[in-house]
Write a protein that binds this ligand. Structure first.
Ligand SMILES: [Zn+2]
Ligand SMILES: [Zn+2]
Length: 480
């Protein structure tokens, strides 16, 4: 039953907008990544990220998970503490009140009225795309209680119509009566959304709503029948284990619980089809959107679209402008770096990587700096850091990772390139360790450390070098 239109750039996401010129569909994130301004007309879509023309809606329903895939959510809905406590209190009153005689019976009726009001509030709340039950406040107990009487009136009118049809119209009357029965969910939805009896009993409105929902309406009816039966079954089961008072409470409570599921379900159907049905849901809530993580920088999304379109150069230019003008964003730098590698732009990559590595070193993220260096080397084998302040932290990071070949590569010619650098002893000590631990050349390592100890007897790491030297000698490796 999945005929969802998908985003051309995120195949797992439903599309929300489309550009007829580019023949492309966009999810919300993609549609809002253009740097062109939004149209002032609320009916217009956002500008197409590729051509700038205003996009058109593919129908809000397309981005809504259909109700038949969310049945489990509707079961969970009344278990929200807010609804649960409210229903428990109402069920308790209904269970205890009849002991008070006539006033008690009136109290039970009151509770039913209040609960029906709550069920309709739930329907309306869900129809607006909310996924949590509405807040219970004084209004909920005092305001708009008339909806319960409206519902009774609607049911009575429908029943009279059904009986009249069967009495006066023969076989056709039975067909009509069956239609009235099937129309009950439609009447509830219409009453919930428009609050008028004449709308809720109007067969033309029933036909319109059922036709708008289409075949899934039958599915809705089926679910409602099953739910209706569900509460009775639970009450029956409770008879075997509970005393009479308990059974009464269970009966009251489960009938409320299941009624609330039914109203939530009907509310969601309104939400899912609100565009076709012409219901105005005030804001586009995104109930249960597939991905709720923070949206990336629009420039990243735009670059993703351009890369998918094979326009890597344009993607690079866009990101480069954004990096130059906008606030710094690590994800943006990362993306730009990857794209430079993808595009094979060696020279640009080398220049960018140097700045990127410098920033990472300054932020003390030397592991990341080393990863950038490594990635850059793959495309630019003769990539040079040109700065001892970058080379030393990278050598240290490589040693920490025991990436001994990298240590040796970075240390090669260090003394000649950066004569007089205060880190020379440390760099060559690490190189010696790399020779020993990475290549098993203990003799060479000992020779380097011996020279270091002679030349820099006052260096801070002399003790460490000496211990290392002794360990190497103990191993009794080959001749120096
Ligand atoms: Zn998308
Ligand atoms: Zn376009």
């Amino acid at each position: 039953m999945d005929d969802t239109v998908r985003c051309d750039y995120h195949p797992r996401r439903a599309a929300r907008w489309q550009c007829p010129d580019c023949v492309r569909t966009y999810c919300r994130e993609c549609a809002h990544c253009s740097d062109q301004p939004l149209s002032a007309n609320p009916g217009d879509g956002p500008p197409c990220p590729l051509c700038g023309r205003l996009t058109e809606s593919v129908g809000h329903a397309n981005t809504i998970v259909p109700f038949w895939l969310r049945i489990h959510d509707f079961f969970r809905y009344p278990s929200h503490p807010r609804a649960l406590v409210y229903m428990a209190v109402l069920a308790l009153i209904s269970t205890l009140a009849p002991r008070l005689g006539l006033p008690g019976v009136l109290l039970v009726l009151m509770v039913s009225v209040v609960f029906v009001r709550y069920a309709y509030a739930t329907l309306e709340h869900t129809a607006r795309g909310h996924i949590e039950p509405p807040v219970v406040d004084m209004d909920m107990v005092t305001d708009r209680l008339g909806v319960a009487f409206q519902q009774v009136a609607v049911f009575v009118l429908l029943m009279i119509a059904a009986i009249a049809a069967m009495v006066f119209l023969g076989p056709l009357g039975f067909v009509l009566a069956f239609f009235f029965l099937m129309a009950i969910p439609a009447t509830v939805m219409l009453l919930g959304m428009e609050g008028r009896i004449m709308v809720a009993v109007n067969p033309l409105r029933h036909v319109g709503l059922i036709a708008g929902v289409g075949w899934p309406y039958l599915l809705l009816c089926l679910f409602l029948v099953l739910l209706y039966g569900g509460s009775a079954i639970i009450t029956q089961l409770s008879m075997h284990v509970l005393p009479m008072g308990g059974v009464m409470f269970v009966a009251n409570f489960t009938s409320m619980y299941f009624t609330l599921i039914m109203f939530t379900l009907m509310g969601y159907v309104v939400y899912q089809y609100h565009e076709v049905l012409g219901f105005d849901v005030e804001a586009e809530h995104e109930a249960g959107e597939e991905d709720e993580g923070a949206a990336p920088d629009p420039a990243i999304t735009r670059s993703h679209i351009l890369v998918c379109e094979g326009r890597v150069k344009a993607a690079l230019d866009g990101l480069s402008a954004r990096l130059r003008d906008g606030p710094p964003d690590p994800a943006l730098r990362e993306r730009f770096h990857r794209l430079l590698i993808l595009a094979g732009e060696g020279e640009r990559l080398a220049g960018f990587s140097r700045g990127y590595i410098r920033r990472m070193v300054e932020e003390d993220k030397t592991g990341k700096a080393l990863a950038i260096y490594r990635d850059t080397l793959r495309l630019v084998p003769d990539f040079d850091l040109e700065d001892a302040r970058l080379a030393v932290p990278l050598i240290q990071a490589a040693a920490r990772e025991r990436a001994w070949d990298m240590v040796l590569a970075l240390a090669r010619g260090f003394r000649e390139r950066y004569p007089g650098n205060k880190h020379i002893p440390e760099v060559y000590f690490l190189a010696a360790r790399a020779l020993s631990e990475g290549r098993g050349q203990d003799g060479k390592a000992r020779s380097i450390i011996r020279q270091l100890l002679e030349k820099y007897p006052a260096h801070a790491r002399v003790e460490e070098m000496r211990r290392y030297q002794q360990a190497l000698e103990k191993l009794g490796a080959g001749p120096a």
